[in-house]
Design a protein around this ligand. Structure first.
Ligand code: NAG
Ligand code: NAG
Ligand code: NAG
Length: 287
């Protein structure tokens, strides 16, 4: 046995020192080892939990999506999507209930499905403007599409076809359209602040009573597009685009683009879309 009381420090043998060191060091090493081990276990558990949560969220999204397609398929088969069934209450109820729970990726996917199935954008906009007067079967109005990104899968090669779709009264803050054909589309009464239109076609598109503050029209074609009663504060629009489009009672307090002069200012940028707008002041696009 080691008897410290009877020896001075200098009398320690190597064996004594080793005994002292190991008796202290082993528990410390063990404690550190255990601490590291449990920390790693905790991290692993957290990682797994996060992974499980992501998986179940994805699964939930997929289930909602599949169920929606299934419901629409059944309605279609049973003739509930025929024109005689206007206002298509079942289809819209299914859509709205699911829409509220979808993430932005699903919301965009579903818009493409609805267009392909001719449930939205049913009118003929082949040459830009609407030539027919059909009601959309699914109504997008008053829904939230903030941050939704609608893009052509092939980029500039083929535009995503969303011709003639009515995005009326929707919220689409920070939304993005990349290489999308939006000929004859309408965004009346919507909230489209900071929305981006990139490489898109907006022939004959209608923006009446829209909040377009900070919107960016990129290099999109605005031939025949009509902007009225809208807040276009800080909007990014080129001189060429301004020549393509027509403006009626819009706020455009963007230093650079002040060549657009409006004789009257809007009272309220977000107004109900009105087709009987008295076009007392057509903005002139100066040089
Ligand atoms: C409604 O749809 C069903 C199923 O496709 C079809 O058999 C029926 O003829 C349609 N009715 C009308 C009035 O279009
Ligand atoms: C759409 O309108 C164009 C021109 O107005 C016409 O040539 C075309 O046949 C129409 N398409 C359909 C599917 O009605
Ligand atoms: C915009 O579209 C119109 C109609 O298709 C076309 O005539 C015009 O050349 C286009 N403008 C640009 C800049 O691509």
């Amino acid at each position: 046995m080691l008897d410290l009381s009877k020896r001075s420090f200098w009398n320690f043998t190597l064996k004594d020192i080793l005994i002292i060191i190991s008796s202290v060091a082993i528990p410390i090493a063990l404690a550190i080892y255990t601490a590291i081990g449990s920390q790693q276990q905790k991290q692993q558990a957290e990682k797994k939990q996060k992974f499980d949560l992501e998986q179940s969220t994805q699964l939930r999204q997929q289930t909602l999506y599949d169920e929606f397609l299934n419901n629409i398929y059944k309605l279609d088969k049973d003739g509930y999507l025929n024109d005689t069934k206007n206002p298509w209450a079942f289809a819209n109820a299914y859509y709205r209930a699911a829409h509220r729970q979808w993430d932005t990726i699903r919301k965009a996917d579903v818009i493409q499905f609805l267009k392909e199935k001719q449930l939205i954008g049913r009118n003929n906009c082949t040459n830009g403007c609407r030539t027919t007067k059909l009601d959309d079967i699914i109504r997008l109005n008053e829904l939230n599409f903030d941050k939704v990104h609608l893009a052509s899968e092939t980029g500039v090669l083929n535009k995503l076809n969303l011709q003639c779709v009515s995005f009326d009264q929707v919220s689409m803050s920070n939304g993005e359209f990349s290489s999308v054909n939006l000929n004859g589309a309408s965004f009346d009464g919507g909230r489209l602040d900071k929305v981006k239109f990139d490489g898109s076609s907006l022939l004959c598109a209608s923006f009446n009573g829209v909040n377009l503050a900070g919107a960016d029209f990129g290099n999109s074609n605005l031939t025949g597009a009509h902007f009225s009663n809208s807040d276009m504060t800080g909007v990014k629009i080129t001189k060429d685009q301004m020549k393509q489009a027509s403006f009626d009672n819009v706020i455009m307090s963007n230093g650079k683009k002040s060549e657009i002069t409006s004789s009257t200012t809007t009272t309220s940028p977000i107004t109900k879309p009105s087709t009987t707008t008295t076009s007392s002041s057509t903005t002139s696009i100066g040089q």
